[in-house]
Design a protein. Sequence first.
Length: 317
Amino acid sequence: MPGPQHFVFALTQDFTHLAFASAVEPLRIANLVSGRELYRWSFASEDGQTATASNGSVTLVHHRFDALPPYDRLFVISGLDVQKHDHAALLAMLRREARSRLPRIGALCSGAYVLARAGLLDGHRAAIHWDYHDGFSEDFPQVELVRSVFVADDPIVTASGGTATADLMLHLIEHDHGYDLSVAVADQMVYNTVRSESGAQRLSLQSRKGVRNKHLSDAVEIMRTTLDAPIPPSDIAARLGITSRQLERLFRANLGVTPHRHYREMRLERARSLLLQTEMSIIEVAVAAGFQSAGHFARAYRQAYGVTPTEQRGRLT
C-alpha cells in the first residue's frame, strides 16, 4: 500500500484563511474517516517561521520557500492585494521547482496570479477568484482563464478560493481514494452542495434575480463579452431575433433599468475592477471599458461611484 501523500502549502502575506482551512480540513477529515494516514501536510512562508492571513491570524509554518521538503503536491495560497506584494522569493522557488522536480503544482484563491507571474500557467486553463478576472485577463492574456470553481487538469490545478477550495480537495480525494470516501468527508463537513469542475463561481443572473427569460440572459452575456467595444442595444436585439422594444421591456420588467443603463453599469464595474487590480493607466482602463474619451469616462465614473478614476486610485495609496 503506498504511503501518505504530502501536500505543502506556500502561504503569502495576507493569504485567505477561508481557502487555507478549506484546503487542510478535508485532508484531516479524510484521515479521520478512513482510519489511515492518507495525507500529510506542512506549511511554508518566506521567513520559514510564520504567515499572517488577511484576517490577522498568524500561522506557524514548517519551511522557508527556499528549503522545501519532498512533496506530492505544492499549493500557493494568497489573498488580498496579491498584485502589490513582493513575491520574489516565492517566484524563484516556483520556477526552480518547475525546472527540477516537475512537481504537481497548484494555486488557491488568487494564487493563480502568482503562478502566472512565474510563467507556469502559459497555455494552461486556470481558475481565480472572480474579483480578479478583469485584471488577470489584462495582465496574462496567454492564460486561458475560466469561470469554473476549479480546474483539476494535472499537472497544474487551481481553485477560485473560499469553499471552491473544498470542492477541489474533495475532487482530489475522490480521484485518489474513491467516491465513497469523498462523500464521507463531505458529510463530516456538513457540506451538501459539492460542485464539480464545471460549476460556475458567481450566481447566474437567473439565480440572483429570479430571472428565467433566456432572451434576457443571452442579452446580458452578449454585453459581458463586448464591454470593451459596446454595441447598440438594437444590434443585441437583432442577434436575439427580437425587437428593440421587446428588449427594452425585458430589462425594465426584470431589472428595473434600460438595456443601455445596465450595459453602462457593467462597463463601469469592469473599469472599477481594473483600477483596483491593475497598474493600467486611466486612459487604458477607459478604453478597456468601452469609453473612447477620458473625460466622458471620468464623468460617468464619478456619477456612479462618487469619485473620479484618479481619486479612486488615490484611495489605494
